[in-house]
Design a protein around this ligand. Structure first.
Ligand code: AKB
Length: 318
């Protein structure tokens, strides 16, 4: 049986688009989508799909053996906002699922692993501007602590057991195909849906909160590029900094308003403001560029155009 790719968390914001992209490259049958619940997306369900609880090692192992899996993209995670509401659950899901996939690598049941980290590994003591790859990391959220610890475990499993695990510190990701699940950067997606629905939006982050963001196409491109890169070019085995474009809610509002002139934006910060304030404004990703050729394509203007067209097309279908 030819070796295959497994996406864990395929119903999520990144997992769904990664599944479509990898199926385009390798063919539908070569990419097994999996999630803890069955998919409501006919597109996802049109290819092979497994119910998989990433915190259950035996369940994981069975799916891996059944499909002769070579490569796992472990995308299941509890994001920053939700994990603050359920700290122990967040820690348990994020760490147990990582250990399970790393142990599959250690047992040589899979050859290559992708695991996502995040800008949440940084904290209030980290330099906020041009945040270096190696710097002070004192995250103050459960999500950030789990990602920082996870990075250290990835580096440990690579060094000690030779597990080929690769990782990226994603900024806030902007996409329209699948809704995000409980992140601090979700305002930058909600704004498009509300702009088209009611011409007004109340941001849960203040107008001057600058955060690093990225369009999903760039994120998928980066994910596939790091996994396709030759082993010797992956010099960082914790996780690579990755930058897209940094902007504030106010700047995003101004760009959306160019397309929807009567669009109104209000601001009412909630608990996610503290989280956002602890993260960097913009990231230095020169090592991803020099080690495996990372380069972004989408700036703010392009993101806004693509998002408005994408969200509109969803509304026409529904
Ligand atoms: C979140 O807001 O929790 C995520 C992230 C930056 O990792 N989008």
């Amino acid at each position: 049986m030819p070796s295959k790719i497994l996406i864990v968390g395929a119903c999520g914001q990144i997992g769904s688009e990664l599944t479509f992209a990898l199926r385009d490259i390798h063919g539908e049958d070569a990419v097994i989508a999996s999630d803890i619940k069955s998919s409501t997306s006919p597109e996802l369900a049109s290819g092979p799909f497994e119910i998989l609880d990433a915190t259950d090692y035996d369940n994981f192992k069975t799916v891996v053996s059944k499909h002769n899996i070579d490569t796992v993209y472990m995308m299941a995670a509890m994001l920053s906002g939700t994990a603050e509401k359920f700290p122990e659950k967040g820690w348990d899901l994020n760490m147990t699922s990582l250990f399970n996939v790393l142990n599959l690598g250690k047992e040589k049941l899979v050859n290559k692993i992708f695991w996502p980290s995040s800008i949440a590994v940084f904290g209030p003591t980290t330099p906020k501007v041009d945040t270096p790859q190696q710097t002070i990391m004192e995250p103050t959220t459960v999500y950030g602590i789990s990602k920082q610890a996870g990075e250290r475990w990835c580096a440990y499993y690579y060094k000690r057991y030779g597990v080929d695990v690769r990782s990226i510190r994603y900024p806030g990701l902007i996409s329209y195909k699948t809704p995000p699940g409980g992140g601090t950067t979700d305002y930058a997606i909600e704004i498009f849906h509300e702009a088209l629905k009611s011409s007004s939006y109340t941001s849960f982050l203040s107008q001057e909160t600058t955060l690093p963001m990225m369009y999903m196409d760039d994120a998928i491109n980066a994910t596939i590029s790091i996994m396709d890169a030759p082993t010797e070019s992956i010099k960082i085995r914790s996780s690579y900094n990755l930058a897209g474009v940094s902007f504030t809610p106010e700047e995003l509002y101004a760009e959306v308003k160019k397309h929807i002139p009567d669009f109104e934006m209000n601001y009412k910060s909630d608990f996610r403001q503290d989280i956002a304030d602890s993260w960097p404004n913009c990231i230095n990703d020169s090592e991803a560029a020099s080690d495996w050729g990372w380069k972004k394509d989408f700036d703010l203007e392009m993101i806004v155009k693509e998002m408005l067209a994408g969200v509109k097309s969803l509304k026409e279908v529904n």
